[in-house]
Design a protein around this ligand. Structure first.
Ligand code: DGP
Ligand code: NA
Ligand code: NA
Length: 210
């Protein structure tokens, strides 16, 4: 009998919601409970495409908006063979941002239709679980100033939040909203509970496609 596949678990949210911290804590907790787990993040700034994206985000280069959207998507596609291999090996993947960030951030720019934004990511491995770390702008402001990167302004992030809310209406995706205003340990408990549930279910289901 073939081994059990790993689950594809994604954390999404606006900037400063605590995604990166929670991804690391989840990977650690899964490993400590004997479940193989690894973290991935998008954009992955280490690849050739990722370096173009990194320079763009750091405002060291300018790229046309459609072009950068396609680069972000290409950066996810280039990781698909590795993702599939790890999932088949039974490794649970915990991913910091995915296609939903892609759609939410680009469609927050003027002149972008949601369906155009979604198209390049059609066919990517479908997450077994997408947790949205919910944090209202007032709570986010308490966490300090934004950095210097592109997109890090309150006005833009508010629009991104609205786009995520639209995306969360899609019933074909297993969305779970997490209250990210709680303390780190309580957020972690919620995330772990949803993840264990998704890992158990994924074992009996084929990996889907977006
Ligand atoms: P992070 O490394 O998680 O802070 O993400 C970098 C920034 O890039 C963040 O503001 C969110 C944004 N972002 C992530 N994925 C995409 C994407 O696919 N498209 C666009 N336009 N922006 C994205
Ligand atoms: Na950021
Ligand atoms: Na982050």
């Amino acid at each position: 009998m073939a081994g059990k596949r790993g689950a594809l678990i994604v954390l999404e949210g606006v900037d400063r919601a605590g995604k990166t911290t929670q991804c690391s804590k989840l990977v650690q907790a899964l490993q400590q409970s004997g479940r193989p787990a690894e973290m991935m993040r998008f954009p992955d700034r280490t690849t050739t495409i990722g370096q173009l994206i990194g320079a763009y985000l750091e405002n060291k280069s300018d790229l046309e908006d459609h072009t950068v959207h396609l680069l972000f998507s290409a950066n996810r596609w280039e990781m698909v063979p590795l993702m599939k291999k790890k999932l088949e090996q039974g490794i649970n993947l915990v991913v910091d941002r995915y296609a939903f960030s892609g759609v939410a951030f680009t469609s927050a720019k003027p002149g972008f239709r949601l369906d155009w934004c979604m198209q390049p990511d059609v066919g990517l491995p479908k997450p077994d679980l997408v947790m949205f770390l919910q944090l209202n702008p007032a709570e986010a402001a308490l966490r300090g100033q934004f950095g210097q990167e592109r997109y890090e302004t309150s006005v833009f992030q508010r629009t991104v939040q609205q786009r995520f809310e639209q995306l969360m209406k899609d019933q074909t995706v297993n969305w779970q909203v997490i209250d990210a205003a709680q303390n780190i340990e309580n957020v972690h408990k919620d995330i772990t509970a949803h993840s264990l549930n998704a890992i158990n279910k994924a074992q009996n289901l084929p990996l889907g496609e977006l």
